[in-house]
Ligand binder design. Structure first.
Ligand code: FAD
Length: 236
């Protein structure tokens, strides 16, 4: 899974300013000017404010920022990603462009055996034979499907018709834009972390996407990330 930041406009201080407009109004602009002169400093009081907003689920101050990610992932991951409606998406088209033969094959470190019940699965490694079987079957069916796609295109069939034989493990790419509040909702559902108030059990491949997004978010908004973790990774 590849995630890159195309553009980010986000800082912990944005959360502080958005929250403080409710009590100091116009003076938030004076604070901005002051900070432009002397630099932004997240004082202990400001860090406390961010933590309070997170803890008491005052969510809207976390919306005044934006992350645009480029994501390259298999279609089965995008099916899950696009369930998150608080993001904006633009994806490459299988109607307007020929899809490239890039497919996801689970790596050796991908756990293969599911244990437990819906809502609380754990996954364990398979045997070497099971790993070989997965690799062989995925590669064979994928190659056959793409050959069929190619054959139809070569025979003059429209891309939008030929593509219907392609499997869910073919890669796609998209721009995904969201703010930190939406990102927290996404991360709370698509990552597994000790200390989460509401543990989730996401598919590993979307978690790989989520983990990369979270690393970018940490670089931009470390205080907000810290408050999110301290408060059980509950989206405010
Ligand atoms: C482990 C796991 C298993 C899942 N399994 C399934 C499954 O088997 N089948 C399936 O269909 N989906 C499944 N999902 C997807 C899940 O149901 C959600 O669609 C997905 O996680 C997006 O969450 P969301 O709605 O909170 O996100 P967003 O769409 O980003 O919405 C964010 C928040 O906005 C509010 N909101 C958004 N739209 C509405 C609305 N129309 N009405 C009211 N409030 C709204 C809600 O508060 C919501 O939490 C699964 C998700 C996870 C994490």
């Amino acid at each position: 899974m590849t995630v890159r930041v195309v553009r980010a406009s986000a800082a912990d201080m944005d959360v502080v300013h958005a929250a403080r407009v409710s009590t100091i109004g116009n003076d938030t602009l004076n604070e901005l000017i002051q900070e432009a002169l002397v630099g932004e400093v997240m004082t202990p009081a400001k860090i406390k404010l961010v933590n309070y907003l997170m803890r008491d689920r005052h969510g809207s101050p976390f919306e005044h920022n934006s992350f645009t990610f480029y994501v390259h992932a298999p279609i089965f991951v995008f099916r899950e990603l696009m369930r998150h409606r608080m993001a904006s998406y633009n994806e490459e088209s299988g109607r307007y462009k020929e899809l490239e033969p890039v497919f996801y094959v689970p790596g050796e470190d991908r756990n293969l055996i599911q244990k437990g019940k819906p809502g609380a699965y754990t996954f364990e490694p398979g045997t070497p034979d099971q790993a070989d079987l997965v690799e062989l079957e995925v590669k064979e069916t994928t190659a056959a499907a793409y050959a069929s796609y190619r054959k139809m295109l070569d025979a003059g069939i429209a891309r939008e018709v030929a593509r219907i034989v392609l499997p869910l493990n073919i890669y796609s790419s998209a721009y995904v834009t969201m703010n930190a509040r939406a990102l927290m909702n996404f991360l709370s559902l698509r990552t597994i972390r000790e200390g989460s108030t509401f543990p989730s059990f996401p598919q590993r491949e979307i978690e790989l996407v989520a983990e990369q997004m979270e690393r970018y978010w940490e670089q931009q908004m470390p205080v907000t990330v810290e408050a999110f973790n301290r408060n059980g990774r509950v989206a405010p």
